[in-house]
Design a binder for this molecule. Structure first.
Ligand code: GAP
Length: 556
């Protein structure tokens, strides 16, 4: 399993995450791809429960975005159509989009262990004296870093918060050996967070992105072995996977696997406007696989090399950009809440202007919908980006395809021909699934399983379970009839094995919101018990009422 990869060895997996990944494996939510051969880093398979969960997420998105998009800011229905484009496209698409030349991550190699990782995810642990004045401590450590001191150890982490946590654990051990109490500071590129730890405080540790030390890689310990003298300079590494089409494998047959679904939409912009009745403002939506040869895939499915996106390109007149940007940002944030991400772990974060992608800098804004995953806490990780992409992509495709102004949209109402601007809400189906899993997971020592997955009913992989209390007296037949009826509409499961407590435990782990049990009383009065997953409350309803009951409970 990936839990043996170096980044996990570095200790950044929280215990909640350990328990969740174990449950995902044990109950068939998520498996490592090609597990029987030792796996392949950055690739994951969805098991019988996981595939239902992820499908529920994608179906809800398609239903709520494409088939029944919310009314626009003026209360009018929104035009939205779907698309399903190929993963391999003409190479020129990626030259036009900028990915062929610019979709790079800075990468560093450990020459001895042959490990490769992102330079911007390399953090160092620095120690300095503690004076009692935190600002002075920080300044002293930063000055020392800028002056060229090498870190004591280095690690890989996605965020400054994650780095500080790992370093705290490792630093404590280190300082314990030297008998020095410590205080941890996290000093990331643009912000400083000081965490007070214990008294008296004699040492200061800082987690600093090592990118700061570019130019002197030999002095930096390798995050894998902590050996110095083995790291290379950072080099730019293109994240697109390459393949070849046709029998001859030469440069002319080289093709890329798409790193985002968006470009298929832009490349088909004219096809869609020519063949459907959409009028600006309108959207084109797509769900599909995307591939990125991530240098350090990590944190379970969060950063994978193969993943699925749910993207909308919403085409508007340039003057409407600000209004539609705010609209989609708010609609998308509420949507994630509506499918169960209701806790404070979900947040909307507006980007600072200097964080923006090149195409979005002049735009109305960019924001991320973020989730506080156990492995990013106290920080957050991106679930979805909402960006004003201006008219960058359509203009690029107009130029690279030679279509020029023919790719412009003719707005009959304004009697104007122009390149529409685009608001892009771009979400990850795998990150969404992972956030739903994290949100649902709850330890509960009071239950036989010790854990319950409190999925929103719309997301729950199994909507209801039907149990005959015992495997005799006609109970399995009654349960079987109910099961055969309900499965025409919902994913339900019938379970006759083991005692009832164990069956409830299995369903708690699967996150099944309702369990129906056929018992002796059913034989005489056609009622059965319903067990509510979240409250453990039980009530009796009539067998004839089950459909109605579930319809009401499972309504979006
Ligand atoms: N078309 C815009 C675009 O692709 P992005 O922020 O690079 O933007 C959008 O990706 C979403 O795709 C992210 O918010 C994330 O949910 C998902 N995503 C990106 N890279 C991923 C990866 N390596 N593994 C899993 N999901 C990823």
């Amino acid at each position: 399993m990936a839990s043996h990869t170096p980044e996990h060895a570095a200790g950044n997996t929280s215990s909640k995450m350990d328990k969740l990944t174990a449950l995902c494996r044990r109950r068939g939510f998520i498996f490592q791809s090609s597990e029987i051969y030792g796996g392949i880093n950055g690739f994951w398979d969805y098991g019988p429960l996981g595939v239902e969960l992820k499908r529920n997420l994608k179906d809800a998105w398609w239903q709520d975005i494409v088939r029944c998009a919310p009314p626009g800011p003026d209360g009018q229905p929104i035009d939205m159509v779907g698309l399903d484009c190929t993963i391999i496209m003409n190479r020129k698409v990626w030259e036009a989009s900028g990915h062929a030349s610019g979709f790079n991550d800075p990468m560093v190699d450990d020459r001895e262990s042959k490990q490769r990782f992102r330079a911007d995810q390399l953090f160092g642990l620095y120690a300095g004296p503690h004076t009692g004045n935190s600002a002075a401590d920080r300044a002293a450590v930063l000055a020392a870093v800028a002056g060229g001191i090498a870190p004591i150890i280095s690690i890989i982490a996605s965020t400054g918060g994650e780095a500080a946590e790992v370093l705290e654990r490792q630093g404590k051990k280190l300082f314990k050996e030297r008998n020095v109490p410590l205080q941890i500071s996290e000093i990331a590129a643009e912000f400083v967070l000081l965490k007070e730890r214990g008294e008296p405080r004699l040492g200061v540790l800082a987690a600093v992105p090592i990118d700061v030390l570019r130019g002197r890689p030999l002095e930096i310990p390798s995050p894998f072995t902590q050996k110095t003298g083995v790291l290379t300079e950072p080099r730019q590494f293109n994240l697109m996977f390459q393949t070849h089409t046709g029998a001859v494998q030469d440069d002319s047959s080289m093709a890329y696997l798409r790193p985002e679904t968006a470009q298929g939409i832009f490349a088909n912009f004219r096809n869609v406007t020519d063949t459907s009745r959409v009028k600006i403002p309108f959207g084109i939506a797509q769900i599909g696989k995307a591939f990125r040869n991530e240098v350090t895939p990590r944190n379970f499915t969060f950063r994978s090399r193969e993943f699925e996106q749910m993207e909308i390109e919403f085409f508007i007149h340039p003057e409407q950009a600000a209004e539609w940007y705010r609209f989609w940002r708010d609609v998308r944030f509420k949507w994630w809440q509506s499918i169960g991400l209701t806790s404070a772990n979900l947040q909307l974060r507006e980007h600072d202007r200097d964080e923006l992608a090149h195409y979005a800098r002049e735009g109305a804004g960019t924001s991320d919908i973020e989730y506080r995953f156990p492995f990013t806490a106290p920080g957050f990780g991106e679930l979805e980006g909402v960006a004003h992409r201006t008219d960058f992509d359509l203009r690029q495709h107009a130029q690279f395809s030679g279509l020029g102004d023919k790719l412009k949209y003719f707005d009959q109402q304004r009697n104007e021909r122009y390149f529409p601007h685009v608001i892009e809400p771009s979400a990850g189906a795998d990150r969404g699934t992972l956030a739903i899993l994290c949100e649902a997971y709850q330890d509960d020592p009071g239950r036989p399983s010790g854990v319950v997955m409190k999925f929103h009913p719309r997301m729950a992989p199994i909507k209801a379970a039907i149990f005959p209390l015992v495997d005799k007296d006609g109970m399995p037949e009654i349960a079987g009839n109910i099961y055969n009826d309900l499965r025409k509409t919902w994913n339900v499961e019938m379970d006759v094995k083991q005692n009832i407590g164990k069956r409830y435990a299995r369903m708690d782990e699967a996150g099944t919101p309702y369990c129906f049990t056929v018992d002796t009383q059913t034989l005489s009065d056609q009622t059965l018990t319903v067990r509510h997953r979240d409250t453990l409350a039980q009530e009796r309803i009539n067998v004839a009422e089950i459909r109605n009951f579930l319809s009401k409970k499972l309504e979006p």
